[in-house]
Design a protein around this ligand. Structure first.
Ligand SMILES: [Zn+2]
Length: 112
């Protein structure tokens, strides 16, 4: 069984990734403001915007994970952790190891 500590650690890890991506995005904005070139003639323009997309996606994914861990932790505190929100059966541990914040068992998740 996954412990609350593990959930809390993984949440902290997701927070760290969110912060890392956010600060990398801030650096990107900073670098961009430091350059006087306009995008069209800036050979790095394309690289920067693909880097921007990549970092934004990372930041979004990490922020989303943080929310899911918050949700998992509050379910843990309520005593509902590891119980499928749809059918009420226990979620197999193997699934929780892969997706610690899973709210549904595999059959219920696949029905959606
Ligand atoms: Zn279920």
């Amino acid at each position: 069984m996954i412990s609350r500590d593990v959930l809390a650690e993984q949440r902290a890890d997701a927070v760290a990734r969110a912060e890392h991506a956010a600060s990398a995005l801030a650096d990107l904005v900073h670098d961009r403001q430091g350059s006087n070139d306009d995008d069209e003639h800036d050979p790095e323009g394309v690289t920067l915007s693909s880097e921007w997309s990549r970092l934004s996606a990372l930041a979004d994914a990490a922020a989303d994970e943080v929310r899911q861990y918050d949700d998992a932790l509050s379910r843990w505190d309520a005593g509902d952790y590891g119980i499928c929100a749809s059918c009420g059966r226990p979620i197999p541990e193997g699934r929780l190891e892969v997706r610690p914040f899973a709210r549904l068992c595999v059959p219920c998740a696949e029905k959606k």
